[in-house]
Design a protein around this ligand. Structure first.
Ligand code: BES
Ligand code: ZN
Ligand code: ZN
Length: 514
């Protein structure tokens, strides 16, 4: 989508479709909805006054209303987009509103549209502080760009339903606010484009996106963005003695890929400056291996590389946002298959760190590839680690599909991550990984086993396993199994890959910029 920002009055902007936001300003609980437009323009308010008074449109989040030939307005059509209750309005609703606006227009065959920048000061003052215009601008474009995507690449009779051009129109007059809106807009474009890049990787089927192909796409992205990139396979894994990663890969005809992407800040980083390590689980298909998964729903396991996708997308955004901190992305990609050569329950493997692992279940493969990935990131000099992984079904059982699991061994690092989620709007819920859970993964014959001793607290057992390989390094583990795939289409976003974690990882990294 060609997305632009213009400073002018939306009333006079010529466009086939102008979207304007509305909220419900009714305050008492039982009152009928009272929709009000988020605009200071009398002409726009006037054009929608009659239909808004009719009670047909309630300004609920995701609700839209289309008007043709709005009187006194240059646009051919006006789309009123609900953001829900005024008192609940936050930038998260603005993000969803941006998506809803674009997704409502797509099926109409209209290819060009504009969105009037929401003016929350059209309401009373209580919202002025809550919605800073930079963040509002950023979330608005994010929502629009994310909403524009549909996953019809593999349909032979694809109908082009894209919105090709979007103009965000703001009548802001003040210079500093204009600069803020402009800056937020540019950030939003970068981050959303990167998140969409992640989503398109995660959408790819396992037969197309093999570990080798993931390596090629990461390398192409890095070349485009000016990042250094190395893609290694079996020989290098053997040289590094990555016994855990190799064990997972050995049952597949597809060779593994160890992808290392490096971002250096301009002028280089100071000697003692932090180095951020982004480690992703890149299982391009997870059959479960010899501990094979049931057939029902197995097709979904193409998204078992969503953690890797998030890290590749985050590196893409980082390359453009240019924080003053060094960042290394490490992706461990393999296919988990049952085969004559596959690893088996009962096998004992030695990880790169030298620790031995009793494999109890070959379906707990993500933690094995990450064990070596985390250790390698440390060896490359990372001082702070974050990993993202569709690691456990247990995390989905615990948190459902709204919050992703978050684990950390360090309070400051955890707090910094949470601070970033205020901007990213993504939801993470912290679960414990204190040492009293270490017993979960105690093995009778090796340093640890790759599953919990029973099924209780399975997400925690996964985290405890990873913790064995990070040592004292401040570390965050994101278990995104429940949030990486949208099970249904919403008014603001399509069914399919969500691109979860890209935005939060990017904000976390920016929090360490010198
Ligand atoms: N890739 C799965 C986890 C998963 C489940 C991702 C649902 C997305 C949706 C992972 O490799 C796995 O199979 N984990 C096992 C671990 C168990 C054997 C200890 C699980 O969750 O059942
Ligand atoms: Zn598995
Ligand atoms: Zn898996």
């Amino acid at each position: 989508m060609d997305t632009k920002l213009m400073f002018q009055d939306a009333v006079g902007f010529p466009t086939p479709m102008l979207a304007v936001f509305a909220v419900d300003v009714a305050t008492s609980k039982d009152a009928d909805p009272l929709p009000a437009l988020l605009t200071t323009s009398n002409a726009l308010t006037h054009a929608a006054a009659k239909v808004l008074a009719s009670g047909e449109f309630k300004a609920g989040l995701g609700e839209t209303l289309l008007l043709h030939n709005p009187g006194g307005v240059k646009a051919e059509r006006m789309l009123v987009v609900g953001l829900g209750k005024a008192k609940d309005l936050s930038v998260d609703e603005v993000r969803k509103g941006g998506g809803t606006a674009v997704r409502a227009v797509k099926p109409l065959g209209i290819r060009e549209m504009a969105i009037a920048f929401p003016e929350d000061h059209a309401l009373d003052d209580e919202h002025l502080d809550a919605l800073p215009c930079k963040l509002m601008s950023r979330t608005l474009v994010e929502g629009a760009e994310l909403g524009e995507m549909d996953w019809d690449t593999y349909r032979s009779e694809r109908k082009d339903r894209s919105v090709r051009s979007l103009t965000v129109v703001s009548n802001e007059a003040e210079k500093t606010s204009r600069e803020e809106i402009q800056a937020g807009f540019e950030e939003g474009l970068i981050v959303a484009e990167a998140q969409n890049f992640t989503r398109s990787l995660v959408n790819e089927p396992g037969n197309v996106l093999t570990p080798t192909e993931l390596g090629k796409r990461a390398a192409a992205m890095c070349a485009e963005m000016g990042l250094a990139c190395e893609v290694h396979s079996t020989a290098k894994l053997q040289e590094l003695k990555m016994g855990a990663f190799l064990a997972v890969a050995q049952g597949s005809a597809q060779p593994p890929a160890l992808i290392v992407m490096t971002y250096e800040p301009e002028g280089g980083a100071a000697k003692d400056a932090p180095v951020m390590g982004l480690v992703g689980k890149g299982i391009t298909f997870d059959t479960g291996g010899i501990s094979i998964k049931p057939a029902d729903g197995m097709e979904k396991m193409k998204y078992d590389m969503a953690g890797a996708g998030a890290m590749i997308g985050a590196m893409r955004a980082i390359a453009k946002l240019k924080p003053k901190v060094k960042v290394i992305g490490v992706v461990c990609s393999a296919e988990n298959m049952p085969d004559g050569a596959a690893y088996k329950p009962g096998d004992v493997v030695t990880a790169m760190s030298g620790k031995t692992i009793e494999v109890v279940n070959t379906d707990a493969e993500g933690r094995l590839v990450l064990a070596d990935g985390l250790n390698y990131a440390k060896r490359l000099g990372c001082t702070h680690l974050i990993n993202a992984a569709t690691l456990t079904g247990a995390c989905v059982v615990a948190l459902g599909m709204i919050n992703a699991g978050l684990f950390s061994n360090d309070e400051t690092t955890w707090q910094k991550f949470m601070d970033g989620t205020k901007t990213s709007g993504e939801k993470f819920w912290r679960l414990p990984c204190t040492d009293d859970y270490r017993d979960h993964i105690k093995s009778q014959i090796a340093d640890m086993m790759n599953t919990g001793k029973n099924r209780y607290g399975g997400a925690i057992s996964g985290a405890m396993f990873l913790k064995e390989f990070v040592g004292e390094t401040p570390w965050l583990h994101l278990d995104i199994a429940g949030c990486a795939w949208n099970e249904e289409t919403k008014p603001w976003i399509a069914y399919g890959p969500s691109g979860i974690a890209v935005r939060s990882i990017v904000e976390w990294v920016r929090g360490y910029s010198a």
